[in-house]
Design a binder for this molecule. Sequence first.
Ligand code: SAM
Ligand code: SF4
Length: 338
Amino acid sequence: MAEPTLINELIDPYGRHVNYLRVSVTDRCDFRCVYCMSEDMTFLPKAEVLSLEELERICSAFVERGVKKLRLTGGEPLVRRNIMWLVRSLARHLISNALEELTLTTNGSQLEKYSSELADIGVKRINVSLDTLDEEKFATITRWGRLSQVMAGLRAAKKCGLHVKINSVALKGINDGEINHLIKWAGDQGFDLTFIEVMPMGEIGEIRFDQYLPLSLVRAKINEDWTLEESDYSSGGPARYYTIRETGARLGFITPMTHNFCESCNRVRLTCTGQLYMCLGQEDSADLRAAVRADKDNSALFNAIDDAIARKPKGHDFIIDRRRDRSSVPRHMSVTGG
Ligand code: SAM
Ligand code: SF4
């Protein structure tokens, strides 16, 4: 008699259902944001990076094990050569309904070129990182970026019907005077907006404490000018959402520093070298590159995934203060994907 089908979804030791995979497809980037990278960043040797075919196999294995949402990130995902091949291949899981969402986090620099193809492939929503609407500040924050390029990308995305969420990292003394402007602009554009607290990841050649702006302060300032209505919307992630009555747009807050959101964590992260991190803020990882290269039938890969999920930790312990101005984890955000 045939064996009954086993429930093979990924459940961690704390009963959390892992149904979301974020994949850093490259650690390289065309920007050098001050909170993310140092200007003279050393990138991984290309030989260590998984091929697009290997990334596709690993993502598809996760989909087979119940992952419903895939987010491609980086580094800058849209600077990886032939990235559209990967997006197109993964989109077959949308067509089969195995996957509910295929999405990207991008700095927007390549959106003018790729928006129409992304929409055509079946990508519905994208996150675009933008911390300021001031050209000079934008150049200071990103070091190598131009605001006009990102704005052109955003126009293209909108025109193609992609639903855009803007991610803004709150930076003390840099964009704290622009919060209202960002909210108004996002509302006018029909974009949702999420503020993020800076996290102590990787050495960046700058003092983190000087950048860190707790979102509790941002929130208090927003309350002076806008009416935030509780929203039960959830993107399945750590953001808490509100609707801004005056603009009708959604506003999210990601507060890893002031509020720990680990109890509802449903995600794991794959680096471009095939290391699977079960927590953004912890060092333990599983080597899926060795597993994907071990055999063609994915049995080593599935075993490695199961072992990894069984080790998913309870949570992170990020701290930024004056006395401890060093990274909680040595990896940059661009390695694990934000
Ligand atoms: N390059 C793409 C982008 O900027 O959207 C994708 C990768 S980037 C690492 C993903 C997100 O992480 C961005 O929204 C970025 O602002 C955020 N990020 C990078 N370093 C961070 C840090 N140390 N703390 C908080 N957010 C960070
Ligand atoms: Fe590049 Fe994104 Fe990091 Fe900025 S935040 S340096 S755009 S990976």
